[in-house]
Every structure is written in structure tokens, then in C-alpha cells.
Design a protein around this ligand. Sequence first.
Ligand code: PSV
Ligand code: MN
Length: 406
Amino acid sequence: MLDQQYALFEAQQNQRGIDLETVKTKLKALKIETPSWGYGDSGTRFKVFQQEGVPRDPFEKFEDAAQVHRFTGIAPSVAVHIPWDKVEDYSQLKRHAADLGVSIGAVNPNLFQDDDYKFGSVTNADPHIRRKATEHLLECVDIAREVDSKLLSLWFADGTNYPGQANFRHRKHWMQECLTDMYQALDEDMRMLIEYKFFEPAFYHTDLADWGMSYNMALKLGPQAEVLVDTGHHPQGTNIEHIVAYLLDEKRLGGFHFNSRKYADDDLIVAAHDPYEIFLILYQIIEAENDADPEVAQTAQHIAYMLDQCHNLEPKIPAMIRSILNVQTLYAKALLVNLDEVRDAQAKQDVLAAEQAVRQAFEFDVLPLLQVVREEMGVPVDPMKAYQESGHANAILSRGKGGASW
Ligand code: PSV
Ligand code: MN
């Protein structure tokens, strides 16, 4: 049955000029990192509902993350957030991860949960607090070195709530000073990804509010600094795929935090609300991978794909699996865009044909393709079902309630 469905799909795609072997190779190479904090308890400012079986420490978070990788085959690394994932011995955490078949991915400093940072961290008017923030950034570079991670992922909650509360320009300079100290501590093969977000927790201004500010900071710091796009961090209606294409062309797109949003930074399961948006982002990346400029192609190829989401109501491990599968599905669809067809239509300025060439790829049912790819990768053809039947969800209940929270 599967063979038949796939044969039909293959014939259809061959006719469109799509080489399915290349598509399969690309699908097998896709890697998506999951966030350690997505396995812990989380909630809203109104209530954190505790779930039974939530990991009690970073080691257990890695055990849960390893399940996501075991059933999908494409989530081999886990981002850590310090101090949420602070441990005495990071080499031990690294070994634990390796024993589980995963590795430690991006190291995220946390400069938003200490009382000292009430009025800012790297932008605080108090030089002692800025120094403290810088020390934490440097500590995270050391941790990355120890666990053999090449990625430092930075997000700053710094901002103000009222006009006149602080001097925007001074804060801009202070941030640059602190980040320069961190940049200079990086090893040659490390990358620093700078995230932006236009509001929350600050409601008047945020120091790195949009991609342009992150990009400008990255330019000032040097080639190892790049921009991280979190899909939940833009005002409604923002054309994120355009930002992605722009940053790719500037060779400064470093990574993604995928998640879905309806209203603000909702951090929901990826593609739960607007799958077409993720598809269009991935299409831009695939387009850039095929660019004549090798540096643009290389930028597209080294993007760090990460999830950044919290599961307030739903069980966390299957929610993470769902997200991984959603990205994989949309990536498969994006790989079916016939780039020549789009370019031809663009050259002729045929608007309808160009739009059709892109949308058509989104409309294919890629399940037969994904099932074959999973079979060839040696993972279950239906990862969600296999996880549900594995008994793992029951096994972790003995951890009880009151596990780690983000
Ligand atoms: C901030 O909203 C963010 O997107 C940053 O990436 C943080 O590190 C993460 O969420 C967890 O708070
Ligand atoms: Mn994020």
C-alpha cells in the first residue's frame, strides 16, 4: 500500500521535474533542535498548571528530549538556558546527553530573571549591573566551550515601560559594549545569534525590537554574529519570509526559533495556526540554498533550526513531536516547489503563474514521501502513534508533579 502510494507520488513529481532522491536526501539531513525549557512546566502570568511527569532537573529534560529524537530521527540536539539548566558539572550533562543519543545545542544566557535586571541587564544605567550581565554572558561562552556547543543564542528582555524612563541611545551603546566583550571571548568556530522581539515584558520600548536592530548589532560585532528570527516576535501581519530572504542575502541569518502565534508571542505548537507562513519561510531558504552566490547558499545551509515553545495545556513530549513533524512536513512541501518554474514565471512577470507555482507545492499530500523517508531512516512511519504506544508517557508519571519550570 505504502509502496503503491509512493510510486504514484514519485511519478507525479517526476512529471513536474522534481528529483525525489534529492528531496529525500534533504529531508534526511534536516535537523531541528528542541528547547530544554519546553519540557518543563510553563504557563501564563495568570497560572502555571503543573503536569505530572514533568522533568525534575536538566538531566530528565534531556531524557524527554531524547524521546523526541528517538521517534522522529531529526531532533538530535537540545538548547539549554542558563541558569534554568545550571548544573555543577556540565561535562556530566554532556555525557548524559551523548549516552541518550543527543547533544547540547545552543547555550542561552538568561538575563531576565534576576532582580538586578529590573531596569535592564546589558542596558542598565548601573555599570555594576552591566558588568554582572557581561560576566554571565562570558560564563555562557565557557559553558558552550565545555559542552562543545558552537552556538550562543541571545535574547534580551531589556526595555522600558514609559516615555522618558531611560535614554535609548545610552542603552544602545551600553549593549554594544557588553556584547563586544562577549564577542571577543568567542572561539573562532562559535556563532552568536541575536534575537529580537518588539514588546514584552517591556511595553513601551524594547532595546532590540526588530530584525534591523539585531542586524545592525551583528554588523558592528563582526562576522560571527548573526540574527535569530523567532516566528512569534513580530507585529501582526509582518512578512517574515521577506525578512528571512533579506537576511540571507546579507549573509546574516543565523537561526530560527519556530513556534506558532495567533495574537502575541504565544509560543504554541509550530504551524498550528498558519502553516503556509512556515512553508513560505522554508521556500525562501531553499531558494537561497540554490543561489549563484556561494556565500548566500552557505548561509542558508548553516541555519540553526530550533523550536522555542511552551506547552501550557498539552503533554510536552508529544507536543514537541507534533511540532517537529509539522516542520518536516512543511519542509517536504517547500522542497517540491519547482524553482525553475517560478523563475520563468517571474521573468515573464506572470503573477498568476508564479503564485501558482509556489502554492501548488503546498497543496501536495507529502505523507507517502515522509513515510518512505522515515522507513529509510529507521524511525517509525507514524512517530506520534509510536510514541503514544511506547508507554513512555506512563513511565514518567512516577516523577510526580512539581517538576522544573521554565
Ligand atoms: C523570549 O520570548 C524568547 O523567545 C527567548 O528566545 C527566550 O530565550 C525564550 O523565549 C524563553 O523565554
Ligand atoms: Mn525565542
